[in-house]
Ligand binder design. Sequence first.
Ligand code: GTR
Length: 429
Amino acid sequence: MNRIVFLLLLIGAMVPGALGIAQPPAANYDEAKVPAYELPDPLITAAGAAVDSPKQWQEERRGEILELFRGQVFGRSPDPVEVEHRVVSVDKAAIGGKAVRREMDVTIRRGGRSLTFAMLVYTPQTDAPVPAFLGLNFQGNHTVEPDPAIRLPAGWVRARDDGSTDGNRATDGGRGNSVSAWPVEMIIDRGYGLATIYYGDIDPDFDDGFENGIHALFADWAESIDPGQRWGSIAGWAYGLSRALDVLEADPLIDGSRVAVLGHSRLGKTSLWAGATDERFKFVISNNSGCGGAALSRRAFGETVGRINRSFPHWFCKNHHEYNEMESQLPVDHHQLIALIAPRAVYVASATADRWADPKGEFLACFHADPVYRLLGTDGLGGSAPPEEMPAADQPILTGRIGYHLRSGGHAVTPYDWEQYLTFADRHL
Ligand code: GTR
């Protein structure tokens, strides 16, 4: 090796930053080190005017905020296109006879190409159309229930959370692995339907330059979009959720006007974006969505904008990378993402050990979205007035249109979380 290069490498290794190579700061978990910040006000327009009527919110301010999230955070998505669907299997006595299970193939066609995703749908044994939950799953529809009839995903699959992998191909080994996150019987017993789709069917979750999955169908359209604003994977998954809702709206067993969208973690970021962009979702649930989801970016607590963009360059649009370590420059923050859902019901759940997702930042985003809910004539967080303090663990806030809880435990969706979502759904769906 050239001696000068060697010397430079040595200095670089000994003194991080000495060569101007940016070192990402260590993750902060100290409340005292959260930077001072000022949040953009959801109720002040870009021109500096105070928003004082529901009409002004709906016709002017909401659109401004949505535009900023499109251009600077998630990227722009194409207009809806028509979808086709076909029921591929029916079990009229699923879940011990309590439910009807159907598997559907949903196909989006465009310009000679097509993308098909499989949707697994459970509905209770009743003649009347039911309200339902729609959510993406991480490992395949066959992981939601240990039913041998549920098909394996046909395309790319990710390594499992325990690090095991099927070599990017699903095998029966994963069947029923995610039952704790999908308590189908509990949902059915409470009178709701459940529809779920494996997220990798819509867009594989790795950085391929926005080219595979749903992005491939719209490649020519994306060419017309400023490269900084092209849709990332979260926007792609959210687009898939909206196309799934198109199918559910036409389904005789489901009441399409009463569908909740839910997701965990990166898929919680996705459900928030789906709820923000598609006002047909009547209830939106974010489970431990953290950075880029319900958490305030400006707090830079746990996962930060810079860390998430470096680890997952394909989740957000390219413009979002401009804010790495520069959160204060973001023209929006994530209380405004929640405000985009107003006046519809929204529920944000955190977990005590999930500090990476910044539970306090998730609570504060709900708190700062509250004024928009109130302007629109509804209760926001906590009923007649928002609580001053974050609630203690396992003390859910179930009054008002913004629900929140901090569950004891780690990064997961549990039956406890579902209990709260079902109670909230009983009130708002
Ligand atoms: C983590 C990521 C989080 C969260 C999580 C997940 O690695 O840092 O933002 O999305 O993945 O989706 O499981």
